[in-house]
Design a protein around this ligand. Structure first.
Ligand code: ADP
Length: 282
């Protein structure tokens, strides 16, 4: 982790040619050979210090599933979107520049995002964190290449939902401005096309003490979500190809809301939630 932090820092402050000078692979976890059938080995989930990445379109639920897994695996969930929003809500020098970019549905520059990520890793390192689940990073092939230069990502989970569901989910998303929890007021029932199953998702409603404090993300308007989806297809789908080529991509079509999807995702990852309960009570 220390090496990742240091090297990210040197990546973010050096010219792009210098980035290639970064020594490869200082991760403690050896890269796993994951070929066509990707199935992580079944071991005690805690203490594995996994280095995983979550990919997926806006609204797919990367944050929800990555944060649940981070609790299960005992590693930090690091979402670059959250880092950007923290910077936005501060009065720092980047705040205005970031607001303009995010509210157009565009991507922040690789340099800025790597800088924010380096700082977050440094803070984590000081607290003794190791391993991570990255959410929202890498989002360009350039970011994926830089990440590859500094560490070995073991597994990349690609969450998928049809585009009309993604739009409804983004428009229904609400956040409690006090406790920070995410909710969703959308009730989704979409007929499956081309032989795909129907998708239903019940709303995830807030408890009464959050109701009066709900806010909507400024970039969750229909125009901006459509632009974010377009940018994802343009800039981030090539990242899926990048990891598919390395045999690290686990494709996961979400079958519905959290109650249906979570157990299936654990199964796909060869994890058992009871492992966590056992180790938590041990
Ligand atoms: P989404 O719901 O679209 O996946 P996120 O919460 O991950 O959104 O990110 C919000 C915004 O922060 C993005 O639209 C983008 O402007 C910026 N951002 C987050 N991660 C990155 C990244 N890795 N590279 C560039 N911009 C990023």
């Amino acid at each position: 982790m220390a090496a990742v932090t240091r090297l990210f820092r040197s990546s973010s402050s050096s010219s792009s040619s210098a980035m290639f000078c970064i020594r490869r692979s200082l991760s403690t976890a050896a890269a796993t050979e994951l070929k066509s059938q990707i199935c992580p080995p079944r071991v005690d989930p805690k203490g594995r210090n996994v280095q995983w990445v979550f990919l997926g379109c806006p609204g797919v639920g990367k944050g929800t599933y990555a944060s649940r897994l981070s609790a299960l695996l005992g590693v930090p969930h690091i979402a670059t979107g959250d880092l950007v929003r923290e910077e936005l809500s501060s009065s720092g020098p980047l705040s205005k520049q970031l607001a303009d970019i995010v509210n157009q549905g565009k991507l922040v520059s690789d340099e800025i995002i790597i800088n924010l990520l380096s700082k977050r890793l440094e803070v984590g390192e000081a607290k003794g964190e190791s391993g991570f689940i990255l959410d929202g990073f890498p989002r360009t092939v350039r970011q994926a290449e830089i990440l590859d230069e500094v560490t070995d990502i073991e597994l990349v989970v690609n969450l998928k939902l049809p585009e009309n569901v993604l739009l409804e989910k983004c428009l229904g998303r609400r956040i409690c401005s006090q406790c920070g929890k995410n909710f969703n007021v959308a009730s989704i029932n979409v007929k499956g096309e081309n032989g795909n199953p129907d998708i239903s998702m019940a709303p995830l409603l807030p408890p009464s003490h959050c109701v009066s404090k709900l806010i909507t993300r400024s970039d969750d308007t229909e125009t901006i979500v459509r632009e974010r989806l377009r940018v994802y297809n343009d800039k981030s789908q090539p990242v899926e190809d990048f990891y598919r080529g390395q045999g690290k991509l686990l494709e996961f079509d979400l079958p519905g809301g959290i109650p249906e999807s979570w157990p299936k995702l654990l199964e796909a990852l060869n994890l058992d939630e009871n492992d966590d309960k056992q180790s938590a009570t041990a």
